[in-house]
Design a binder for this molecule. Structure first.
Ligand code: SF4
Length: 258
């Protein structure tokens, strides 16, 4: 039995993503990127719940990249993991300090920060013998990314549920792809996971476009309830013949009334 209906709902959605995209297989050792925010805590907690019920064997290890900002709650994360019996590795870095030197004038820090952090997670995954790297992106992240790429990048893509890294050395998975942000926030609260406050100055003003997308979806959802789930459904229901990408041009239109 699950503890609550919320836990049951998140477990069901996570299991569906795992099955749909073969995210976790027998014998996997999954390194969970744990930033200390609501999403990554939810991911770690629900994977642990599923691990105890799964018909396959897999293990988990949490990995936190301390970017080097003062007041980061590394000890609170370590303590919470220890209390729950979760293996946890915290890597202290100087990413925050070096970013100013590496950034082009006027550039926003987040994509560079994410790349540097991902590089550390890849290294930790190798060192820990992990076969998968799990990230806490959820359905709202996918929807907002889809809109960002559509409106500002001229590209129709969201985020993959499963991706093999360029060098082929790492498999990145997103088991919360069907779970909403509202659900991750509620679940992290429900399980009393110690959500760490943002300690990066850029948090207040980064990703203006992303926040606009979030607001846009929120406003649309208020006007027309169901917009979010329709967008998520659209990501899962692509009709290549009705796009203009010549790489897909071999796709024959069988019946077209539109
Ligand atoms: S807000 Fe700060 S910590 Fe977060 S991705 Fe951007 S630079 Fe990195």
């Amino acid at each position: 039995m699950y503890r609550t209906t919320l836990e049951a709902r998140i477990a069901k959605k996570t299991t569906k993503a795992i099955v749909d995209f073969s995210l976790i297989e027998d014998g996997d050792r999954v390194l969970v990127g744990l930033s200390g925010g609501k999403d990554s805590w939810t991911l770690l907690q629900i994977l642990d719940v599923l691990r105890q019920r799964a018909p396959i064997e897999f293990s988990l290890i949490a990995a936190t990249v301390d970017l080097g900002y003062p007041n980061f709650g590394a000890e609170a994360i370590r303590t919470a993991c220890r209390e729950r019996g979760w293996e946890c590795r915290i890597e202290h870095t100087r990413i925050a300090g070096v970013m100013n030197d590496l950034l082009q004038p006027g550039a926003t820090p987040c994509s560079l920060c994410a790349r540097l952090r991902r590089g550390v997670l890849y290294r930790l995954a190798t060192e820990e013998g992990a076969t998968k790297l799990a990230l806490g992106h959820h359905a709202d992240d996918l929807i907002e990314t889809l809109l960002l790429n559509l409106l500002f990048e001229g590209c129709l893509k969201a985020m993959p549920a499963r991706l093999t890294s360029d060098a082929g050395a790492h498999v990145v998975i997103r088991p919360l792809a069907y779970v909403s942000e509202t659900e991750t926030a509620a679940y992290a609260r429900e399980r009393r996971l110690p959500i760490q406050p943002a300690c990066c100055e850029a948090c207040g003003d980064f990703g203006l476009e992303r926040r606009r997308m979030k607001q846009l979806v929120t406003d649309l959802e208020r006007e027309r309830p169901g917009v979010r789930s329709s967008m998520l459904k659209a990501i899962r229901n692509v009709i290549p013949s009705h796009l203009l990408d010549r790489r897909l041009a071999g796709t024959e239109v069988v019946s077209d009334e539109s």
